[in-house]
Design a protein around this ligand. Sequence first.
Ligand code: ASP
Length: 599
Amino acid sequence: MLKTIQAGSLRSEHVNQMITLGGWVDRRRDHGNLIFIDLRDSSGITQIVFDQNLDSSMHQSASLLRNEWVIQVTGKVRERPDGTINTELETGQVEVIVSSLTILNESKTPPFYINKEEDSDELLRMKYRYLDLRKPKMQNIVNIRHKAVKFIRDFLTDQGFLEIETPILIKSTPEGARDYLVPSRLYPGKFYSLPQSPQQLKQLLMSAGFEKYFQIARCFRDEDPRADRQPEFTQLDLEMSFVESDDILSLIEKLYYDLVKAITPGKNIKFPFPRIPYNEVIEKYGTDKPDLRFDIEMSTVVDWAKKTDINILKTIISNKGTVKSLSAPGCGNYTRGQISELEELVKTSGGKGLMWIAISEGAKSIEDLKDDDIKSPVSKVLKLNEIQEIASILSAAPGDLILIVAGPGKIVNQSLSLIRDHLGTSLGLKDPNSFEFAFITDFPLFEWKEEEKRWDAAHHPFTMPLKEHLGIISTDPSKVIAHCYDLVCNGLECGSGSIRIHSRKLQEEVFGVLGYSKEEVASRFDQLLTAFEYGTPPHGGIATGIERLVMLLAGTDNIRDVVAFPKTQSFIDPLFDAPDYVSNEQLNELHIKVNPTET
Ligand code: ASP
């Protein structure tokens, strides 16, 4: 090794030892006779000192050093003189008096600061990702990711799981996205697909008699770019035989609880994780990934609306719409501008408008409400007792702002869940030190795709319906509930899974409802259906996102922060400049002709 110790590990116990360090010049301070350098390596920073009185030619060389030059120094560790101890640095008790210096490499001036956190352009950061990753913040995130994955591997190994790799060059295995395709040189016109997940493969491993499988699996989904998405990502993919939902949930609950405690001991996390049925979570929070760090809940107020004289609400209800409401605590004094912000959220969800009732903070109580205590565009139409009734449904108090949205259920839920989320942020209710995990259970098996006028799998097509619904799969798909569950935390979906179908007949029935043709089933799923005929045991599993987990642990909401070499929001890799054109020779070898109008 070119060094004897890591810079970040120097402590008082090393005083008087001769050591050799190797690292980057993080910062240089020239005090005339003395030059101080913060020497950084992957473990941290230590201060090294060049003293002109000890060696003037070395002091002269040190004056040439610039940020990010790579150097090797040998010297003696000493206690820092009184008054110069740096309590912000773990190595701040000591410094190294350099007796020999070797410049291992020089550096151009980096395009952004590495020794200070500043908002530099993300595209530039990604073009010079190797420099961006030198920052202590990024090094820390990469460390957290390593620790989390190692924890998962150790935990599951202790529980008797085997880590098994599955192929990347495979055939389409659907998770609801488009496949990335890889053309075959050897078989003209044929393509491999990159796996959207190893779903069918892990089920085949259960058929193969491995009762507990996991993999830190790469998944590829050709979806439309979105800020919190990457076209390739990593999942903890897991499958078990002879299990029921509860077995999987208990395992994941223990894994996540232990992992959070081990890696971020200061954070609050509750055990066990609540399990909330899908219908209940939609009713209360309008979304299946609620942020449970705050307890604002919404209620359906259709019965209440029907009794009022607000005709627009009645019309919406008679057109199969719904009316829901929530109370924003302490927001009764919101300005017109603040209410407009909330109205905007309804509009972005496709909603028409937001009804609001502000209850003055000065009101004595809801029971003693007076006309003067109310401010609302519908105050003329609403009677005082009607306001009292909705306030009591929502447990609203004086000083609160009641918000009502009406329209198609999906739009109402989305509007109010965005409003709820906005309130959580603006009222400071999202404790950054708390992880509120929950399992959402009892999802519907199918969802109706209005644009395509067909049923789609709500999770994926391999999900087992509840036993009591087996008889209505084809006749009443909308009513079928699945053995399916999501893991959510702080408003993020962290994973999902299910108990799987393991019988050919049932699987074919589900494919039938989804409208897959016999040929399509034969070409895409024959391997799985055939395996079901050779004693595949009952099985189930889950996949949880590694990026989401690391984002939570590292306290970042930028998915690109937790991937060493990420793509941009528009799925470009600015470092390698990918995707890129390839040569005609390569295309010819692959039997591919690119339509020039599209390049
Ligand atoms: N394969 C599923 C997914 O990627 C997870 C699972 O059902 O295990 O979402």
